[in-house]
Design a protein around this ligand. Sequence first.
Ligand code: GLY
Length: 441
Amino acid sequence: MKVGLIGNGGREHAIARRLCQHGNVTLFTAASSSNPGIRELSADFHLAELSDLQCVKAYFEQQAVDLVVVGPEKLLIAGIVDLIRESGIPIVGPTQSQARLEGDKSFMRQLLRDRVGWGSPRWQRVTALPQAKQFIESMQAIVVKPLGLTGGKGVRVAGTQLEDQEDTLKYIQSLLESDGVVLLEEQVMGEEFSRMAFVSDGVIVSVPCMQDFKYAYDGDQGLMTGGMGSYSMADGGLPFLTTRDYEQADRLLKETVQAIEKETSTSYRGFLYGQFMATIDGVRLIEYNVRLGDPEALNLMSLLDTPPAELFNAIASGNLSMEKVAFKPQASVSKYLVPQSYPESISQPIEFRFDPDLVKQNDLSIIYGSVERIGPNHWAALGSRTLGIVGLGETPGKVSEKIEAFLESVDLPQLRHRKDVGSQDIIQQKITKMEGIRRAL
Ligand code: GLY
């Protein structure tokens, strides 16, 4: 099968790698910059300005691909699915109007309020500062969200990125000046988790729950990043969640799909990724993404036990069924290696030496992110998440230890990572925290 892939990050390399593990796939990639892992796997690698959707469409038409899989949200929000479908090529992803679930946070909250009726923390769309002050005074703590995409950098939490009320109002004012509108939400307390699903014509198959480590340093210190790593358990659950939490997360995914299909009069065929908070009052939706999570896709693609081209084709053509999807009954951990200063940008690429064969020899997988190959085992980190290391095993704790033992054995002073992703200690801390929250009920 000729499969077209859009994107060049770690998430897309994880998808490409898994696709190409099955001999019948020939990969054609459209990307805005190179990725050594995807390039090596692709029969053709087309560097293009991805905002030129017509050019992306023409490329896949020219290569006569049988199926297209979209990695990044930007193209979904720009309408690549609508365009590619005009060519009659099956494509995995929601239409432009459905992608507003991620591209317009206020639309998403209104949809949940009007068509689902539950699932959001208290929220308000605000267009003037006095309105914002009133909302802040009625809440214990709030979160400030720009309506559109900000690459994870626009959402600010009062008490964390926003020191006090003055800071909060200043940030709201700056967003009102630039966008004319801002979303304020009640800050809900609990543990966050990721629940992704494959969706096609009303059939929703949830994948194992995962937890992403978003902060830059161990112990959730430092700035928010794109995600430093994630883990999942062998049974597909997370040990701090209750049966009610899973049921609520899955019910909300289902009711959201029904709502967006009604709203747009179109079947949803793609990925849906809910970032949820388990709270004392049940599950609350933090946000939706209409693509796979990154780093979660690294875990997911390692766990997927179904030929992905068949699965993606079933999603794109409305033939998905629960029986078609299987996952390895193992725990998973992914950890990203990043430049020392990440998420702060770097002024020039950082060279390092690394032998990727060593990863395989240690029963782990390597995923390439923002990195360039300069020569044999000679690389340049370009600034964002550089290399992903992924492993499977009995428990996240054991896999995390295996990754740590490997990373201790290599000399890589230019890059750092979070040691605590998936560690037994951190998971125990999360269990204890949620037990405390639930005891207070
Ligand atoms: N895991 C965070 C994201 O993909 O946005």
